[in-house]
Design a protein. Structure first.
Length: 215
Protein backbone atom coordinates (compact mmCIF):
# COMPACT_ATOMS: atom_id res chain seq x y z
CA UNK A 1 0.00 0.00 0.00
CA UNK A 2 1.38 3.47 -0.88
CA UNK A 3 2.56 5.62 2.00
CA UNK A 4 0.63 8.57 0.61
CA UNK A 5 -3.02 9.17 -0.13
CA UNK A 6 -4.28 12.26 -1.94
CA UNK A 7 -7.83 13.46 -1.42
CA UNK A 8 -9.14 15.26 -4.51
CA UNK A 9 -12.23 16.88 -5.96
CA UNK A 10 -13.57 16.30 -9.49
CA UNK A 11 -10.69 16.40 -11.95
CA UNK A 12 -12.84 18.34 -14.40
CA UNK A 13 -13.42 21.22 -11.99
CA UNK A 14 -11.13 21.28 -8.95
CA UNK A 15 -8.26 23.65 -9.67
CA UNK A 16 -6.83 23.33 -6.16
CA UNK A 17 -6.81 19.54 -6.51
CA UNK A 18 -4.96 19.82 -9.80
CA UNK A 19 -2.23 21.82 -8.10
CA UNK A 20 -1.75 19.28 -5.32
CA UNK A 21 -1.80 16.36 -7.75
CA UNK A 22 0.78 17.93 -10.07
CA UNK A 23 3.03 18.63 -7.09
CA UNK A 24 2.79 14.99 -6.01
CA UNK A 25 3.70 13.94 -9.56
CA UNK A 26 6.67 16.35 -9.51
CA UNK A 27 7.84 14.77 -6.26
CA UNK A 28 7.76 11.37 -7.93
CA UNK A 29 5.89 9.72 -5.08
CA UNK A 30 3.54 6.76 -5.31
CA UNK A 31 0.15 7.74 -3.97
CA UNK A 32 -3.39 6.46 -3.76
CA UNK A 33 -6.17 8.79 -4.91
CA UNK A 34 -9.63 9.33 -3.52
CA UNK A 35 -11.90 11.59 -5.56
CA UNK A 36 -14.85 13.17 -3.77
CA UNK A 37 -17.31 14.82 -6.13
CA UNK A 38 -17.95 18.46 -5.33
CA UNK A 39 -21.32 20.19 -4.78
CA UNK A 40 -23.02 17.06 -3.47
CA UNK A 41 -25.09 16.95 -0.25
CA UNK A 42 -22.44 14.82 1.47
CA UNK A 43 -19.36 16.48 -0.06
CA UNK A 44 -18.32 18.48 2.98
CA UNK A 45 -19.00 15.71 5.49
CA UNK A 46 -16.99 13.23 3.45
CA UNK A 47 -14.03 15.60 3.24
CA UNK A 48 -14.28 16.53 6.94
CA UNK A 49 -14.07 12.86 7.81
CA UNK A 50 -10.52 12.90 6.40
CA UNK A 51 -9.34 16.52 6.59
CA UNK A 52 -10.10 19.10 9.32
CA UNK A 53 -10.35 22.01 6.86
CA UNK A 54 -13.16 20.36 4.92
CA UNK A 55 -11.48 21.22 1.62
CA UNK A 56 -9.48 19.49 -1.08
CA UNK A 57 -6.75 18.67 -1.78
CA UNK A 58 -5.41 16.96 1.30
CA UNK A 59 -2.35 14.74 1.43
CA UNK A 60 -2.31 11.93 3.98
CA UNK A 61 1.25 10.93 4.86
CA UNK A 62 1.29 7.82 7.06
CA UNK A 63 -1.89 9.01 8.75
CA UNK A 64 -0.81 12.65 9.11
CA UNK A 65 -3.03 15.06 7.14
CA UNK A 66 -1.49 17.97 5.25
CA UNK A 67 -4.21 20.17 3.77
CA UNK A 68 -3.96 23.08 1.35
CA UNK A 69 -2.04 22.80 -1.91
CA UNK A 70 0.74 25.18 -0.81
CA UNK A 71 1.32 23.23 2.40
CA UNK A 72 1.43 20.01 0.37
CA UNK A 73 4.08 21.55 -1.87
CA UNK A 74 6.24 22.66 1.05
CA UNK A 75 5.82 19.31 2.80
CA UNK A 76 6.95 17.32 -0.21
CA UNK A 77 9.76 19.78 -1.01
CA UNK A 78 11.11 19.22 2.50
CA UNK A 79 10.68 15.46 2.26
CA UNK A 80 12.39 15.27 -1.13
CA UNK A 81 14.79 18.23 -1.42
CA UNK A 82 16.64 16.62 -4.33
CA UNK A 83 13.63 16.44 -6.67
CA UNK A 84 13.52 20.05 -7.81
CA UNK A 85 10.10 21.07 -6.55
CA UNK A 86 11.53 24.56 -6.01
CA UNK A 87 14.31 26.07 -8.15
CA UNK A 88 17.83 25.37 -6.88
CA UNK A 89 19.03 28.97 -7.20
CA UNK A 90 18.09 30.95 -4.05
CA UNK A 91 16.92 34.05 -5.93
CA UNK A 92 14.87 31.99 -8.35
CA UNK A 93 13.44 30.04 -5.43
CA UNK A 94 12.36 33.25 -3.70
CA UNK A 95 10.77 34.49 -6.90
CA UNK A 96 8.98 31.17 -7.35
CA UNK A 97 7.61 31.32 -3.81
CA UNK A 98 6.43 34.89 -4.41
CA UNK A 99 4.51 34.10 -7.59
CA UNK A 100 3.04 30.96 -6.04
CA UNK A 101 1.87 32.94 -3.01
CA UNK A 102 0.33 35.56 -5.30
CA UNK A 103 -1.63 32.91 -7.16
CA UNK A 104 -2.57 31.22 -3.91
CA UNK A 105 -4.13 34.34 -2.41
CA UNK A 106 -4.97 36.58 -5.36
CA UNK A 107 -6.74 36.86 -8.71
CA UNK A 108 -10.20 36.67 -7.16
CA UNK A 109 -11.93 38.37 -10.09
CA UNK A 110 -10.56 35.80 -12.52
CA UNK A 111 -11.39 32.87 -10.24
CA UNK A 112 -15.00 33.99 -9.87
CA UNK A 113 -15.59 34.83 -13.52
CA UNK A 114 -13.66 32.02 -15.21
CA UNK A 115 -14.06 28.80 -13.21
CA UNK A 116 -11.99 25.78 -14.14
CA UNK A 117 -14.17 23.62 -16.39
CA UNK A 118 -12.44 21.00 -18.52
CA UNK A 119 -15.70 19.72 -19.98
CA UNK A 120 -16.93 22.80 -21.84
CA UNK A 121 -15.81 25.78 -23.90
CA UNK A 122 -17.18 29.29 -23.40
CA UNK A 123 -16.39 31.31 -26.54
CA UNK A 124 -17.06 35.05 -26.56
CA UNK A 125 -17.32 35.18 -22.78
CA UNK A 126 -17.23 38.84 -21.72
CA UNK A 127 -14.30 39.87 -19.52
CA UNK A 128 -14.72 42.60 -16.94
CA UNK A 129 -11.94 45.19 -16.48
CA UNK A 130 -11.01 43.45 -13.21
CA UNK A 131 -10.62 40.09 -14.95
CA UNK A 132 -8.61 41.68 -17.76
CA UNK A 133 -6.34 43.21 -15.13
CA UNK A 134 -5.80 39.79 -13.51
CA UNK A 135 -4.98 38.27 -16.89
CA UNK A 136 -2.47 41.02 -17.67
CA UNK A 137 -0.80 40.49 -14.30
CA UNK A 138 -0.52 36.73 -14.87
CA UNK A 139 1.04 37.28 -18.28
CA UNK A 140 3.50 39.72 -16.71
CA UNK A 141 4.44 37.14 -14.08
CA UNK A 142 5.05 34.48 -16.71
CA UNK A 143 7.10 36.85 -18.83
CA UNK A 144 9.22 38.01 -15.90
CA UNK A 145 9.91 34.49 -14.58
CA UNK A 146 10.81 33.20 -18.03
CA UNK A 147 13.13 36.15 -18.75
CA UNK A 148 14.88 36.01 -15.38
CA UNK A 149 15.07 32.30 -14.68
CA UNK A 150 13.48 30.20 -17.43
CA UNK A 151 15.71 30.57 -20.47
CA UNK A 152 17.15 27.08 -20.15
CA UNK A 153 13.76 25.36 -20.51
CA UNK A 154 10.12 25.85 -21.44
CA UNK A 155 8.69 26.24 -17.93
CA UNK A 156 8.60 29.31 -15.70
CA UNK A 157 11.94 28.47 -14.11
CA UNK A 158 13.32 26.30 -16.89
CA UNK A 159 12.41 22.89 -15.48
CA UNK A 160 8.92 22.29 -14.03
CA UNK A 161 8.42 23.36 -10.40
CA UNK A 162 5.65 24.04 -7.91
CA UNK A 163 5.16 27.38 -9.67
CA UNK A 164 4.03 25.64 -12.85
CA UNK A 165 1.71 23.40 -10.85
CA UNK A 166 0.09 26.50 -9.37
CA UNK A 167 -0.39 28.25 -12.71
CA UNK A 168 -1.53 25.15 -14.63
CA UNK A 169 -5.21 25.55 -13.65
CA UNK A 170 -5.32 29.10 -14.97
CA UNK A 171 -3.96 27.80 -18.28
CA UNK A 172 -7.02 25.54 -18.52
CA UNK A 173 -9.27 28.52 -17.73
CA UNK A 174 -7.69 30.50 -20.55
CA UNK A 175 -8.29 27.56 -22.89
CA UNK A 176 -11.90 26.96 -21.78
CA UNK A 177 -12.82 30.63 -22.13
CA UNK A 178 -10.72 31.13 -25.28
CA UNK A 179 -8.85 34.09 -23.79
CA UNK A 180 -6.63 35.92 -26.26
CA UNK A 181 -3.04 36.02 -24.99
CA UNK A 182 0.31 37.30 -26.21
CA UNK A 183 2.43 34.89 -28.26
CA UNK A 184 4.85 34.15 -25.42
CA UNK A 185 1.96 33.41 -23.06
CA UNK A 186 0.40 31.11 -25.64
CA UNK A 187 3.73 29.27 -25.90
CA UNK A 188 3.81 28.76 -22.14
CA UNK A 189 0.21 27.53 -22.17
CA UNK A 190 1.14 25.01 -24.85
CA UNK A 191 4.03 23.81 -22.67
CA UNK A 192 1.68 23.23 -19.74
CA UNK A 193 -0.97 21.48 -21.82
CA UNK A 194 1.69 19.17 -23.29
CA UNK A 195 3.30 18.42 -19.91
CA UNK A 196 3.06 14.66 -19.33
CA UNK A 197 1.28 14.74 -15.92
CA UNK A 198 -1.07 17.43 -17.22
CA UNK A 199 -2.01 15.22 -20.15
CA UNK A 200 -2.71 12.38 -17.73
CA UNK A 201 -4.97 14.59 -15.60
CA UNK A 202 -6.89 15.76 -18.68
CA UNK A 203 -7.39 12.19 -19.87
CA UNK A 204 -8.69 11.10 -16.48
CA UNK A 205 -10.95 14.15 -16.23
CA UNK A 206 -12.48 13.25 -19.59
CA UNK A 207 -13.55 9.91 -18.14
CA UNK A 208 -15.64 11.50 -15.39
CA UNK A 209 -19.41 11.49 -15.80
CA UNK A 210 -20.30 14.06 -13.12
CA UNK A 211 -21.01 17.59 -14.37
CA UNK A 212 -21.33 20.98 -12.70
CA UNK A 213 -23.24 23.84 -14.35
CA UNK A 214 -21.48 27.12 -13.65
CA UNK A 215 -23.62 29.36 -15.88
Amino acid sequence: MPRYKLLLGNKSYSSWSLRGWLIAKLAGIAFEEEVIFLRKPDTRSRILARSPAGQVPALIDDGEVIWDSLAIGEHLAERYPDRGLWPADPLARSRARSVVAEMHSGFRALRMALPMDLRRRYPDHALSPEVAQDIARIEAIWRDCRARHGLDGAFLFGAPTIADAFYAPVVTRFRSFEVTLAADSEAYCATIMDWSPMRQWLEEAAEESETIAFF
